[in-house]
Design a protein. Sequence first.
Length: 82
Amino acid sequence: MRKGIHPEYGPVVFRDRAANYAFLTRSTMTSEKTIEWEDGRSYPVVDVEISDVSHPFYTGTARVLDTAGRVERFERRYGKKG
């Protein structure tokens, strides 16, 4: 990589506050806030709204939409073609 044109790439903790879950990875994101990690070192922390631990698709708590009711309402409104 050419020097001086890329952002700094280093360890960052991403924290999902809704699920009380955090993981350490490498990223170009930065933050003023820091957190002490399990290894005793301090890393920048980025709070995220959702992660694989709290996302409904991954947790299996996804809501199923009432598609039958929507189809019936559409057919009533615009008529069923047969």
